[in-house]
Structures are given as structure tokens and as C-alpha cells.
Design a binder for this molecule. Structure first.
Ligand code: SF4
Ligand code: SF4
Length: 297
């Protein structure tokens, strides 16, 4: 089961041999931090807030009633979701690999667990992950409740708001600390419907230069969802787990996270992917050759 010590040893152990931070990691954190700031700014700038406490919702800088805000929010919310579904249907689950905040928290946790696996600081990972979960919960909270509830609200309102914030934090922390990447592999409801909607894809991982493969198996060990990245174009290679049904194609299960490609670039020494065996991007249909030959004794 790659999720856990074997994945961390492979992915983060090999990452420490890279000259710098891998480009996929930079993209992932660049996207994650930018989106987090943008989303956090929406309620803070009164661009959008649904206020369940005082009916002081906001839309485009104006204070409006709850119903008015919900009506205004409905169209962009639907449009964004339709866009995500269409993109996932034809291009695959890039959202899972590069955008999802829970996925990013899981990776943050993996990295800290790896870096602090020995010594007296090893419990620091839990503290950092908890604070990150609290931040995500606070951003979620600020969409639904005006923070003024804590200074102007009744005792009941303050209690309910505090419980809401605490429960959201603990649920996120429980998912991240208790399941980590197993949540992405087995239980994420969004991941399930992206996978079911997008059985085929025009983008993803391709075994493009099998002649350069060293048969190190690092790609399989690093994959968070138990795929065999060298066999993506073949029939489904893993059974359904958790909420995921049996029979989904490899491309439906793939998160498009690029971890297999990142470790492949280190082990096959195909710097900056000119001829690295595994490639992530537009599928050219040149994959699926050489695995058997290389893998067989
Ligand atoms: S096959 Fe590669 S890109 Fe897909 S989920 Fe596994 S590691 Fe990520
Ligand atoms: S494709 Fe890359 S990571 Fe996978 S076995 Fe071959 S060299 Fe190793």
C-alpha cells in the first residue's frame, strides 16, 4: 500500500536528492496560496458573504439580505461547477492533483511527517497541520457567518458560532490526520464523481520513453492511489476502494498529481523531462510499449 511510509520514503526521500523544489510542487503551492488568498478576500472585501447570523450578507461590495445574496451567488456557483465538471470530463482530475486544499493539506502533513520523523520535534507536524486546518475552517466560516458575531452576538450566537468553527476545524483535521492521502484515494466524494464522469481523458501520465526506464518501481511506490503509472493506457489495474466503484479506468482514478513523473525524473536522470520515461501532459498515444520487456527477467 503506497500511501504511508513507502510513499513518503520514495517521494520525499527522492525529493531531497533534487537540486531544488520540483516545478510541480511550485505550481501546486503557487495555485494553492493564490486561491486561498483570493477566496479569503471575498468575504473580507464584502464581494461575497452569506451571513446566517445577522442577515448582513454581502454581494459585490453592498450589504444585502440573505435571500438576495443566495440568488446572486447561485449563477456563478453553478457556472463554476459546470466548468469544473466539463474540464474534468475531458481533461481529467487536475483539480485533485493541483488545486484541492485538502490534498494540499495532506501533502503538507506528509512532508512534515517525513522531515520530522525522528527526534524531539516529531509532534510538530500535528501542530502545523492543525493550524493549517484552523485557517481553512476560518475561511469557510467567514463565508457563512459575519465575524462580528463574536463581538456583537448574543451568548447563544457566540456559542453556536464557536461550535461551528471548532467542529469544522476538527472534521478537517480528523480527515487530514486520520486518513491523509487515503481520503483522496478512497473517500473524497468530489473525486468519485470526477472519476465516474471522466473515464477517458486527453491528458494525463504517459509512458513515453520506455527505453529509458530503469525498472526502479519508484513511480508505483510514489502513486497515492495505487496505480501503475507505466500501464496507464492498459485495462484498469486497481479494484475500487472505499467509495470508488470497481472497473474505473486508470485515467479515471489518476489524480494528475505528477508524483510518479517527479520521482521518475530523479531515478531515470532525465532532467526537465526531455526524455524521462514518464511524462505528464497531453496524451500523444505513444505509450504502452516496453513495460513487459523491461519488467520481465
Ligand atoms: S499515476 Fe502519477 S499522476 Fe496519476 S495519481 Fe498516480 S502518481 Fe499521481
Ligand atoms: S517509469 Fe521511471 S520511476 Fe517508473 S520504473 Fe521506470 S524509471 Fe523508475
Amino acid at each position: 500500500m503506497p500511501v504511508g511510509a513507502r510513499r513518503n520514503r520514495t517521494l520525499y526521500g527522492l525529493a531531497s536528492k533534487m537540486a531544488g523544489v520540483h516545478r510541480y510542487t511550485k505550481i501546486r503551492w503557487g495555485v494553492g496560496i493564490t486561491l486561498t488568498i483570493l477566496v479569503a478576500l471575498l468575504p473580507l472585501t464584502n464581494t461575497l458573504r452569506i451571513d446566517l447570523w445577522s442577515n448582513r450578507s454581502a454581494w459585490l461590495g453592498e450589504e444585502v439580505g440573505l435571500v438576495e445574496a443566495l440568488k446572486a451567488f447561485a449563477f456563478p456557483f453553478l457556472a463554476i461547477n459546470v466548468g469544473i465538471i466539463l474540464a474534468s470530463r475531458f481533461l481529467g482530475r487536475w483539480l485533485c492533483g493541483f488545486v484541492c486544499p485538502i490534498g494540499n493539506l495532506n501533502r503538507l502533513q506528509e512532508w512534515f511527517d517525513w522531515r520530522l520523523r525522528r527526534g524531539r520535534w516529531k509532534h510538530l507536524a500535528s501542530v502545523v497541520v492543525f493550524l493549517a486546518c484552523l485557517l481553512l475552517a476560518a475561511i469557510t466560516f467567514s463565508f457563512w457567518v459575519d465575524w462580528r458575531v463574536f463581538t456583537q452576538g448574543s451568548g447563544t450566537a457566540v456559542t453556536v458560532a464557536s461550535l461551528f468553527l471548532a467542529a469544522t476545524t476538527l472534521v478537517i483535521f480528523g480527515v487530514v490526520r486520520g486518513l491523509g492521502m487515503r481520503f483522496c484515494r478512497d473517500y473524497c466524494p468530489s473525486g468519485v464523481y470526477f472519476a465516474v464522469l471522466g473515464p477517458e481523458s486527453h491528458t494525463g501520465v504517459e509512458f513515453r520513453f520506455p527505453e529509458n526506464c530503469t525498472d526502479c518501481h519508484a513511480c508505483e511506490n510514489a502513486c497515492p492511489v495505487d496505480l501503475e503509472p507505466r500501464k496507464m493506457a492498459e485495462a484498469a489495474t486497481r479494484p475500487g476502494t472505499g467509495f470508488y466503484p470497481d472497473g474505473l479506468s486508470n485515467y479515471a482514478n489518476c489524480l494528475r498529481c505528477g508524483d510518479c513523473v517527479a520521482v521518475c525524473e530523479v531515478t531515470a536522470e532525465g532532467e526537465e523531462c526531455e526524455d524521462t520515461p514518464l511524462q505528464l501532459g497531453w496524451i500523444r498515444g505513444e505509450s504502452d510499449t516496453g513495460v513487459e520487456e523491461k519488467a520481465s527477467p
